[in-house]
Design a protein around this ligand. Structure first.
Ligand SMILES: Cc1cc2nc3c(=O)[nH]c(=O)nc-3n(C[C@H](O)[C@H](O)[C@H](O)COP(=O)(O)O)c2cc1C
Length: 319
C-alpha cells in the first residue's frame, strides 16, 4: 500500500505469519526501467513469499520491469489495474486500464513471456459508468487468455473523476457477490477477493463460499495481531497464533541493524503502532513510540520501554 507499507513493514508482517503472501506497494515500471530506481526492489530474504506489484501500461517496459523484479528474487509479479490516483491516471496506468482490456492483455502477455515466475493482476470490478456485470467477465477472459491465471479483485468500482484515492476505497459500493459470480463463471482461474474484509471470520466465509484467496489491506495494517498473528492457524490450519510480544522482541536485531546502517527507529516502528490495538496498554505503546522514535539516537531500548508499559498495563488489567 503506497505511502504505508515498505520492506520494514513486510519484515514485521512475515514474523506474524509464515504463510500469508505479502505484496509490495506499487512500483512503477517507468521508475525502474527509465529512472533506474533499482533500490525500489530492495527487500530482505526473510520477506518471502513476496510479490512485486508493478504499475504501467507499456508492454515492453512492463516486461523489462518484470524481468528486473524476477532477477531481484520476487516470487510473483503483479500488475496494478486498480489504483485510481490522479498521478497514476496521468501515466495511463492503474484503474483506468479497466477500459482497455486488450492493452492489459498485451502487457500481461509480454510480462508472462519475460519471466518464469507467475504474473498476476489486481483489478477493480469496473470504472465510472461501466457495467461491471459486462466488463469484468470480458476483462477476466481476455487477460486470462493472455497468461494471467490468478486475479485479485477489489470488489468495487473506481470513480476516476471527483473522488480522492481514499474516497475511492470507501465510497463506491462493494459488490462481493459479483466476485463470487466470477468464481463460478471462470473455473480455470484462481480468484481472490479484496475490499472491506476486516476479520478472519469474513475471510473464512469467502473461502468456504469457493473463493481461492482473500486479500486484506487496511485491517492487516491497522490490526495486524487480529489478522496476521492468527492467519496461519485459522486459514492454513498450521502452527499456533504468533504472540505480538514475541514479535516485538524478534524485531530487536532487525531494528539494531537498521540503525547501525544509518536508518532511524521510527522508519520501522511506524508499522508497529497497531500491534496491541484493542488490548490493555495499546495507548501507552503508541504514545511512547510516537513521541520518542523520531528523536536523535532513539533505538530498540525505546521499544523495550514501550513493551514494558504494555506488560504493566496487562498485569494491572488482570489484577
Ligand atoms: C494507503 C493505501 C495505499 C494503497 N496502495 C495500493 C497499491 O500500491 N497497490 C494496490 O494494489 N492497492 C493499493 N491500495 C488498495 C488496497 O490494496 C486495497 O485494495 C483496498 O484498501 C481495499 O482493501 P481493504 O478494504 O482490505 O483495505 C492502497 C490502500 C491504501 C489504504
Amino acid at each position: 500500500m503506497m505511502d504505508w507499507t515498505d520492506r520494514h513493514c513486510r519484515y514485521l508482517h512475515r514474523l506474524m505469519s509464515r504463510h500469508a503472501l505479502l505484496y509490495t506497494e506499487m512500483v512503477t515500471a517507468p521508475a525502474l526501467v527509465r529512472g533506474g530506481a533499482l533500490h525500489l526492489l530492495d527487500h530482505h530474504p526473510a520477506e518471502h513469499p513476496v510479490a512485486l506489484q508493478l504499475g504501467g501500461s507499456d508492454p515492453a517496459e512492463l516486461a523489462q520491469a518484470a524481468r528486473l523484479g524476477a532477477q531481484a528474487g520476487y516470487h510473483e509479479i503483479n500488475l496494478n489495474v486498480g489504483c485510481p490516483s490522479d498521478r497514476v491516471q496521468s501515466g495511463t496506468f492503474g484503474a483506468v486500464l479497466m477500459k482497455q482490456p486488450a492493452l492489459v492483455a498485451e502487457c500481461v502477455a509480454a510480462m508472462h513471456a519475460a519471466v518464469d515466475v507467475e504474473v498476476t493482476v489486481k483489478c477493480r470490478i469496473g470504472v465510472d459508468d461501466q457495467n461491471p456485470e459486462e466488463v469484468l467477465p470480458e476483462f477476466l477472459s481476455r487477460v486470462g487468455a493472455a497468461g494471467c491465471g490468478r486475479f485479485i479483485i477489489h470488489a468495487r468500482k473506481a470513480w476516476l473523476q471527483g473522488l480522492s484515492p481514499k474516497e475511492n476505497r470507501e465510497i463506491p459500493p462493494l459488490d462481493h457477490d459479483l466476485v463470487l459470480k466470477m468464481r463460478g463463471m471462470f473455473g480455470g482461474l484462481h480468484i481472490s477477493i479484496n475490499g472491506g474484509i476486516t476479520n478472519l471470520d469474513q475471510a473464512l466465509a469467502f473461502l468456504d463460499a469457493g473463493l481461492d484467496g482473500v486479500m486484506v489491506g487496511r485491517a492487516a495494517y491497522h490490526q495486524p495481531a487480529d489478522i496476521l498473528c492468527r492467519a496461519d492457524r485459522l486459514i492454513w490450519g498450521q502452527g499456533q497464533d504468533s504472540d505480538p510480544v514475541e514479535v516485538v522482541m524478534q524485531m530487536g536485531d532487525y531494528i539494531t541493524d537498521h540503525i547501525a546502517q544509518g536508518g532511524r527507529l521510527h522508519q520501522v516502528t511506524r508499522h508497529m503502532l497497531g500491534l496491541f490495538a484493542g488490548t490493555p496498554g495499546a495507548r501507552q505503546w503508541r504514545r511512547i513510540l510516537s513521541e520518542g522514535a523520531s528523536r536523535e539516537g532513539a533505538d530498540f531500548a525505546l521499544v523495550r520501554q514501550a513493551l514494558d508499559a504494555v506488560l504493566e498495563a496487562r498485569a494491572q488489567a488482570v489484577a
